[in-house]
Design a protein around this ligand. Structure first.
Ligand code: AR6
Length: 170
C-alpha cells in the first residue's frame, strides 16, 4: 500500500482527464446547479439517462448523504463520474463530508481507477466553509493508502479557495 500523490489544482473539473471525477450531487441524482450542472452539461444527456436508470433500479429513494454512485462520463475527458451527496452546513452531520471522500476513494478502487479528482464538496450551495473542507480533506488523505489509486487531485474553482487549500496542504 502506498500513499497516492496529492495535487491542488485551480481548474474546471469538467476539463480534467482522469479515470474518475467526483460530482457534488444531490440525493435526486437528477442534476442541479454548481459543479453538478457543469458536469451534466459537459457530459451530455446520456449522463442524466444513466442517473435516472440508477434511480429506477438501485436507488428508488435517492442517494443518501455521504454515499456514492458511479456512472460513465460520456463526453467528459474522464472515464467515470462518481456522484456523492455532501452534507448541508448547519443541518447535516459535518462528519458525513469524510464519508463522501472515503466512499468515493473506495468506489474508485473497486473500479480500478488510478487517478481521481474531487471538487470541494459542499462548499458551494451547501455552505461548508472552505477552511473546514480543506482541514477535513487533509485528514482523510493523510490517512489514505492504496494499491490502486496513484493520483488524487483536489480541484478548486476560485482563487481564494485554491489559496486556502494550498495553505493547509503545503
Ligand atoms: N469545477 C470545479 N469546481 C467547481 C465547478 C467546476 N466546474 N463549478 C463549481 N465548482 P456546489 P455543493 C465549485 O454548489 O455545495 C448543486 O445544485 C464551487 O465553487 O457545486 O456540494 C447540486 O445539485 C464550490 O467550491 O456543490 C446540489 O443540489 C464546489 O464546486 C448542491 O448544488 C461545490 O459547490 C450541492 O452543493
Amino acid at each position: 500500500m502506498e500513499k497516492p500523490e496529492n495535487s491542488i489544482l485551480k481548474r474546471d473539473i469538467t476539463k480534467i482527464k482522469a479515470d474518475a471525477i467526483v460530482n457534488a450531487a444531490n440525493s435526486s441524482l437528477l442534476g442541479g446547479g454548481g459543479v453538478d450542472g457543469a458536469i451534466h452539461r459537459a457530459a451530455g444527456p446520456q449522463l442524466l439517462e444513466e442517473c435516472k436508470e440508477i434511480r429506477n433500479t438501485k436507488l428508488p429513494e435517492g442517494l443518501p448523504t455521504g454515499q456514492v454512485a458511479i456512472t460513465k462520463a460520456y463526453n467528459l475527458p474522464a472515464k467515470y463520474v462518481i456522484h456523492t451527496v455532501g452534507p448541508i452546513y448547519n443541518k447535516d452531520d459535518i462528519s458525513l463530508l469524510k464519508d463522501c471522500y472515503l466512499n468515493s476513494l473506495k468506489l474508485a478502487e473497486e473500479n480500478n481507477c488510478q487517478s481521481i479528482n474531487f471538487p470541494a464538496i459542499s462548499t458551494g450551495i451547501y455552505g461548508v466553509p472552505i477552511d473546514i473542507s480543506a482541514k477535513t480533506v487533509k485528514e482523510v488523505l493523510d490517512n489514505f493508502k492504496s494499491d490502486i489509486i496513484k493520483e488524487i487531485g483536489l480541484v478548486l474553482f476560485s482563487e481564494n479557495d485554491y489559496i486556502i487549500y494550498k495553505k493547509y496542504f503545503d
